[in-house]
Design a protein around this ligand. Structure first.
Ligand SMILES: Cc1cc2nc3c(=O)[nH]c(=O)nc-3n(C[C@H](O)[C@H](O)[C@H](O)COP(=O)(O)OP(=O)(O)OC[C@H]3O[C@@H](n4cnc5c(N)ncnc54)[C@H](O)[C@@H]3O)c2cc1C
Length: 402
């Protein structure tokens, strides 16, 4: 029995591992010259591979998607820690429950994984861009030496989402599947940055500045975090946590508001009491710096949203400090998003992740239409769906009724 796994990100590699463990011969194809490029990029500032937290909270990150929740229940953070240990990579769990490989980077893990896959008999084919099926149902690949075809007994597609195209996942597969009659939802950005029409002052002086230790909220979702001011808006950290809420609000209302509590550890009366103190000849900026420690980018944000004229009444100013409104005008480009929504509709797949319209073809990873926040939940779902698709494919190969 021979399987083709197309897409060598975490979902495809886990599908391949699952198949080889069940005695299936596997060819792994990827369009890029090397494997797992987005996985390596994810590890650049620490590969947050999963999240250790109470199971109910963990499952709630997958937004009521029962089938996906079953898959991450079967292969969640504890299982990922055990799996890494089998590859010789110890795990480190941070104070907020984020799980990383001990060395933080993805490269040692990826290296060990590819060695293990090859030792299990998997054959790796880089520079093989899948283009679809020919008239006989064979897989067609574009390669540096021309077109090649393959006719495996089963195929797993793990082609990724549609962001960071230079790393391989360009979403071009969507039109191939749609032409086959498979329901593919349009791509949208998730865990993404947002546009804000900043003044020249903010753009010139504060682009790139982190806004640390704040409380952020939007559309009923809240987080204690930090974020970064960009030329065109806001991104990273807490912004990614709120991105689904901000996208929903943008879709509903055309604009959205991000609220920032600049002093989350000080309550409103205490701030107002500080502001009441006479400031003498001090400028307001000096008064805010000395009495409340507000300066730099935080002070600039306060001025920005107050149109330069801060409220003179202490309580009104305290309210503003506790809830600085930032008007969001749109999302940053899709290609810059950490992940994308949209892709193969769940209704197009059976419970083993086989495409209903094309028996023998399975899907895994970010190319399926699900969403989750950053914090390790994305790669966890890719690994879990990769495992489920590998199991579904090997069960299907062995089914007597096939
Ligand atoms: C900067 C950044 C940081 C991130 N950090 C984290 C993090 O810390 N934690 C976390 O959980 N997630 C993180 N993510 C998200 C995570 O990396 C992705 O969700 C995950 O890699 C998706 O896995 P996948 O296997 O589904 O797809 P991918 O990893 O995108 O792999 C898909 C593969 O398919 C190949 N492919 C595509 N089309 C074709 C074709 N036609 N023919 C052949 N091959 C093809 C691509 O070359 C690619 O190798 C981050 C993402 C980015 C961009």
């Amino acid at each position: 029995m021979r399987a083709a796994v197309i897409g060598a990100g975490p979902a495809g590699l886990m599908a391949a591992e699952t198949l080889t463990a069940r005695g299936v011969d596997v060819d792994i194809y990827d369009a890029m010259p090397s494997f797992g490029r987005k996985f390596l990029m994810a590890g650049k500032s620490g590969l947050n591979i999963s999240h250790a937290e109470e199971r109910g909270v963990f499952l709630s990150r997958y937004r009521g998607n029962a089938l996906l929740q079953d898959m991450v229940r079967a292969f969640g953070s504890a299982e990922i820690v055990d799996w890494m240990a089998r590859l010789g990579i110890a795990a480190h769990t941070g104070p907020t429950g984020r799980v990383f490989p001990e060395m933080m980077k993805a490269s040692p893990l990826l290296r060990a994984w590819l060695v293990q896959l090859q030792e299990s008999g998997a054959v790796l084919h880089a520079r093989h861009r899948w283009q679809g099926w020919d008239g006989n149902g064979a897989l067609v690949f574009g390669t540096p030496v021309g077109e090649v075809t393959a006719s495996p007994d089963v195929t797993i597609l793990a082609l990724g989402g549609a962001s960071w195209k230079r790393l391989g996942s360009d979403g071009a597969w969507a039109s191939v599947l749609a032409a086959k009659g498979i329901d593919v939802a349009p791509f949208g950005p998730s865990n993404c940055g947002f546009h804000v029409e900043w003044s020249d002052h903010i753009r010139e002086k504060f682009a790139g500045a982190p806004v640390k230790s704040v409380r952020l909220w939007a559309d009923g979702v809240e987080t204690r975090s930090e974020f970064v001011i960009t030329q065109r808006g806001v991104e990273s950290g807490g912004i990614y946590t709120l991105s689904a809420a901000l996208v929903d609000e943008l879709q509903r209302a055309g604009t959205a508001t991000l609220f920032v509590d600049l002093l989350p550890d000080t309550d409103l009366p205490a701030i107002a009491a500080n502001l009441v103190r006479p400031r003498g000849k001090q400028s307001m900026a000096n008064h805010l710096r000395k009495s409340l420690g507000l300066s730099g980018v935080k002070l600039a944000l306060l001025h920005e949203t107050a149109d330069g004229a801060l409220p003179s009444e202490p309580e009104a100013l305290a309210w503003l400090i506790k809830a600085v409104p930032i008007r969001i005008s749109g999302t940053a480009p899709l290609d810059e998003a950490i992940s994308t929504t949209g892709g193969v509709a769940w209704a197009a797949l059976n419970d083993g992740l086989m495409v209903r319209e094309v028996p023998g073809v399975f899907c895994a990873g970010e190319m399926i239409d699900w969403d989750a926040p950053t914090g390790g939940y994305l790669i966890t779902a890719c690994l879990a769906t990769g495992k489920a698709a590998g199991e579904g494919a090997s069960d299907w190969l062995q089914a007597p009724s096939r």
